[in-house]
Design a protein around this ligand. Sequence first.
Ligand SMILES: *[C@@H]1O[C@H](CO)[C@@H](O)[C@H](O)[C@H]1NC(C)=O
Length: 392
Amino acid sequence: MKYSIVLPLLATTVHAGPVVERRQAAACPAIPSTFPSTTNAKLPDPFKFFDGTAVTTKAQFDCKNKEVSAALQAQELGDFPKKPSSVTATFSGSSLSITSTEGGKSVSFSVSIKKPGGTGPFPAIIAYGAASIPVPAGVATITFNNDEIGAQQGGNSRGKGKFFDLYGSSHSAGATTAWAWGVDRIIDALEATSSVGIDPKRVGVTGCSRNGKGAFVAAALVNRIALGLPQESGSGGAACWRISDSEKAKGKNIQTSSQIVGENVWFSTRFNSFSTKSSTLATDHHQLAGLVVPRGLLVIENEIDWLGPGSTTACMKAGRLIYKAYGVPDNMGFTGSGNHNHCSFPSNQQTELTAFINKFLLNQDANTSGVEKGPGGTDPTQYIDWTAPTLT
Ligand SMILES: *[C@@H]1O[C@H](CO)[C@@H](O)[C@H](O)[C@H]1NC(C)=O
């Protein structure tokens, strides 16, 4: 693999507050069509291309992320389609109606937008189903009926929903990928329709539990999302498959890959063959966080066994090593808290939520450094046999 033709980086400032650069490497090596299948009980090295070449620069890491995305799609998520040939939108009252056309077929869906008073454009949070985090004044809420795009009523809903009406019921996408496609279209619509009054460069995404898995996948796949706020995503989101298997082996009542593929259609059928051997996956979910780099990410968790607080904490600590290597450790945090109901947001996570929203959506100075809250004694080093470099 050669890097002699990495062209100068195109760095653009996303918003005027804290500087978040979106870098685009002009030339990446070809993405392999097959991925390593060697058994590795440790978390895969996020700083090595699949052919073994070391990742030492940010530009190479951006290329590595293309490999990671391809591997995740090939093994877990199913294909994430590019923008349809036509996306149009109309805004009326509080409803943004979006029509996507591809291959002679069209589907339409609507999202409802609740805006703050005053003059926009406003930042916004796309909420799967309904927001179960407090959305502050000054930030709009875009309510997204993700179930309509990809049904999640158990195994029988495979291939159902508007995404599959457009691309065919046998499309490889799991529901989380179909929903991310919907988020991508919402941003298309916000970009194309300034009368909506939402700033498309300051859009976050949230969802809780199964929808938290979805919000995490959307933050990873849709690189126009400025802030990911997955809540209580557990396995399939903030947990690493390998660590969850290890926790299960220690007797925890924790969701794992072998369970999740039978419960619902959140993942592609491509995941089925890996579900009982997660240690052969080419990636793990520390790299799902890595795909969001350098954009904002606050992972909100709850200390409920099924969500795997030991797994989510260790996995996201590994994720923060990736942010740190890229030089933006403060752009990611994770916060775990116990003793509250599933998907009820506790007051002891408010400070970090406010800080991340202030910084990434409201363009304010805010301290997002060092947000690593989780159960004590969770140490990712036992799952890591690589060292994070300082990417140049
Ligand atoms: C930011 O927060 C971190 C972690 O809570 C703390 O250690 C640090 O002192 C804070 N920095 C400022 C400038 O307040």
